[in-house]
Write a protein that binds this ligand. Structure first.
Ligand code: NAD
Length: 363
């Protein structure tokens, strides 16, 4: 039988390099005027300098964006955006900052740009997510996909090693789901495979360096880290790319359910679930399992990811994240009820119970 695919691409410009934030005013195209800058406290100073260089192109700077994009935060940002006559957005931060920029794009149909500081990958996708009354809703809208993306490796170097491993696992989860997605194509597969190779290599380095530092071996890691940081950011780009072009499944649905219900940290929730969903792949998606096995050079990649997380002190159980065991069945039932028809998922959603139970205690 002849294979059939639809592979769509959207126009956008990606700048990859080092110290690019200091040239952002040049990298943003002519569409970026009356700029509303969103960032975090940590980057307030360089973003202030950027605002000065932008001059009349700068409308306002917002510092701070809460996790999971609550609608209350969106309303406040919309008010400031309108008050200041803004017409475009540059988000400088992780997925939370970019999420708020996307919420503005969705409501005001304006162009947005993103300079990411983590490996969450939101800058590559048309996916938006918002939280209201403990429920996280996600959707797709091409208008929220950033038109200019700045990958400045220097912005990621301040991320602590534990957070870097967790964020790398978040990106690995994007690549994993893209590979078993029912709308995967040879292009998305190739990109996801490269993402897995990059990210497995970099999270392993982060974890080894974290372990070495803990035992007093501070030296000799600089050159390893330079390579790993660049490799991780490229992996995050590729993983975000395939997240944006394929349909999310069991893993992401579980993470959104947990994140929305308990306001759990996003990357750590992905990190806890990833080895358990990957373990299912040994039976249900053996090609995906093999790709991880090759990248990690082991026959049991799920166990290896668990070791990488443990050595970097990334949480490995839902129990550690504060989820109560009593609520697991109700969570799984909510996921199953939400899915409606089973065919929507590449995995049988009843497997959610198995994943949640294993992820709760890591037996
Ligand atoms: P985040 O943006 O909330 O950042 C986590 C923490 O790390 C924050 O305290 C932040 O200030 C800090 N931080 C970020 N970068 C840092 C750096 N370089 N150095 C030091 N500290 C740093 O977390 P995230 O994991 O990037 O994003 C999570 C959010 O993004 C969630 O709301 C999630 O739903 C969303 N997301 C959306 C998509 C999408 O396609 N729509 C994809 C992935 C994630």
């Amino acid at each position: 039988m002849t294979a059939e695919f639809v592979h769509s691409e959207t126009n956008r410009t990606v700048h990859f390099g080092r110290d690019l934030l200091s040239q952002a005013e040049k990298l943003l195209g002519a569409d970026f005027d009356d700029l509303y800058l969103i960032t975090t406290e940590r980057l307030a100073e360089p973003v202030d300098e950027l605002a000065r260089r932008l001059g009349v192109r700068h409308a306002h700077t917002q510092v701070g964006a809460p996790m999971h994009t609550p609608v209350t935060a969106i309303d406040r940002a919309l008010h400031a955006f309108d008050e200041n006559g803004a017409g475009s957005v540059l988000a400088v931060g992780g997925g939370s900052v970019i999420g708020l920029a996307k919420a503005l794009a969705r409501r005001r149909q304006i162009p947005i740009a993103a300079a990411t500081t983590t490996y969450a990958g939101s800058e590559m996708t048309p996916v938006w997510g918002e939280t209201s009354d403990g429920q996280k809703t996600t959707g797709r809208d091409e208008n929220v996909r950033p038109r200019v993306v700045i990958y400045d490796v220097a912005l990621t170097e301040t991320m602590p090693l534990t957070a870097s491993v967790a964020s790398g696992f978040n990106a690995l989860a994007h690549a994993m789901e893209a590979m078993y997605a029912r709308d995967a194509t040879p292009v998305s597969d190739a990109i996801a495979t490269r993402a897995v190779a990059n990210l497995c290599a970099s999270v392993t380095t982060f974890s080894e360096v974290a372990g070495a530092i803990e035992t007093g071996g501070q030296d000799g890691h600089r050159s390893l880290m330079v390579v790993a940081r660049s490799q991780a950011l490229q992996g995050a780009w590729l993983a975000g790319h395939v997240l944006g072009s394929t349909t999310m499944s069991l893993h992401h649905k579980l993470c959104h359910l947990l994140g929305g219900s308990y306001n759990l940290p996003h990357a750590e929730t992905h990190a806890v679930l990833l080895p358990h969903v990957l373990a299912l792949c040994a039976e249900t998606a053996p090609g995906v399992y093999r790709t991880f096995a090759n990248a990690l050079q082991t026959a049991a990649p799920d166990a290896m990811l668990h070791r990488v997380a443990t050595a970097a002190r990334v949480p490995t159980t839902l129990q550690q994240l504060g989820v109560s065991e009593d609520e697991l069945n109700a969570l799984a039932s909510r996921l199953i009820a939400d899915t409606g028809d089973r065919g929507h998922y590449d995995f049988d959603p009843s497997l959610a119970v198995t994943v949640l139970r294993n992820a709760w205690s890591n037996p």
